[in-house]
Write a protein that binds this ligand. Sequence first.
Ligand code: S3P
Length: 449
Amino acid sequence: MATDLNLIEFHAGSTSAMTGSARVPGDKSISHRSIMMGSIADGITEVDGFLEGEDAISTMNAFRAMGVRIDGPDQGRVKVHGVGLHGLKQPAAPLDCGNSGTSMRLISGLLAGQGFDVELVGDASLSKRPMKRVMDPLALMGAQIEAQEGGRPPLKIKANKALKAISYTLPMASAQVKSCVLLAGLYADGVTETTEPAVTRDHTERMLRGFGVHVETEGPTARVRGGQRLKATRIDVPSDISSAAFFMVAASICEQADITLRHVGLNPTRTGVIDILKLMGANIELSNHAVVGGEPVADVHIRSAQLKGIQIPEELVPLAIDEFPVIFVAAANAVGTTVLTGAEELRVKESDRIAVMADGLKACGVNARPTADGMVIEGLGGKPGLRYNATDIESQGDHRIAMSFTVAAIRALGTMRIRGAQTVDTSFPGFVALCQSLGMAVQSVKVGP
Ligand code: S3P
C-alpha cells in the first residue's frame, strides 16, 4: 500500500541553535481554490506564489484533464485559461486526487452539477477517508454520487444539470464541506446557504468575492446564488501558516533560536496555532502587516521559550485543525500537562492523527494519552537536559506526521529516523533544505527505488 512505502527517510538529529529568515511555500488551501475558480472563470487568472506540492498539482491535473489550459507552475507562477461556468469537458479517465482530501471534496461540489459522468479516485490514505460528509448535502441538492462501502472513495458522480439550492447546517466544522456545498451552489437554481457549527477557514468565500461573485455572510451562515459568472482575477498566494507552524514550534523548543518567517498568511480563520502557542508561553511577534488579494499577511518572528502545558480552548480547535500534530510536539516539550478536547476531526485526516501522534510520542518516552476527541500530554520540559528518546517513526502517508517528528528531533537524544517521508512533498516541497537553512540537523536519505 502506498502509505507503507519507504522511499525517503529523514534522519533528524538534535539542534541547539536556529537562526535566519525564510519564506515557506504557498498556502495549500488557497492554491487549490485558485485553480478551481480560475478554471470556471471567464478569462485568464494569473497566480503568484502557487504551492508546487503534489496536492495542488493533483487539482491542477484534474482541471487540465477537463480541458482547461493551465500554464506553469514556474517558480510559483501559474496562468489558468478559464473556460467559464459551463465550459468543463468530460475527462477521458478517472480524476486522480492523490493524497488530497481538499481536491476530492471541493471538486465533488464543483462537478455535481455538470453535464457529464466523472469518477474521482485517490491514494491509499485518501481511499480511507470519509466522503459521506459531502455526499449527504450534494444528494439533498439532487446530485447522484456513488461511493464504496462506508462512503469511501472512489466517487462516481453522474451527469446532472439541475441542482436544487439548499439551506444546509453542517454537522461538523469543516471548510471542505462548506466549500463543496457553496461551489455546487454556483450550479444550483436559487440561493444555497451553509451554516457552520464553528468558524472554519473562509478562503472560498473570500476568493469567490475576488472573482466578482456576490457571497453574503452573516455570522456562521454563507449564501451564494446560482448562475453567477466568475471574472478572471490575479491571485497572490501568501505563505502557508500550516507550513510555518512547524518552524514556530521548532524555534520555540530549540535552546537558542531567533528566526523570522516572511509573508505568512494570517487569515483569522487560520491563526489558532499562534494563539495556542502564545497561551503556552511562546515568544512570537508579528510585523510588516499587509493585505494581499484579500488575505492578511505578516512576518512572524519566533524566539526560544520555555513552554507550559495548557488546556487548549475548544473554540481554537477548528482554527488550528491542521497544526495539532506539531502542537503535540510543543506540548511534549512544555512544563506541565496539555489537554486537548473537541478535536475528533483529527481522527479522519491523512492519518488518524490522535492515534499516530500518541503512538510516536509514547515511543519517544513521552506520556501521551489519546482520548476519543483529543489527547493528554505530560510535558518533559523544564528539567534542564531532560530529553526524550530518539525512535523510528512511520509517516503513515501523512506529511504532517513526518514534519512534526522532524521538529520533535530537535530535543531528542540521538537521531530520529522518519520513514516514508516522501509524503512531505504533498504540501511542503523543499522542507529539508529550508530546515537546514535555519540550522536544523536534518538529512533526506533516498532508500527506495
Ligand atoms: C481544508 C480544510 C480543512 C483542512 C484541510 C484543508 C481546506 O479540512 O484540514 O487541510 O482547504 O478547505 P476540513 O475542512 O475537513 O476540516
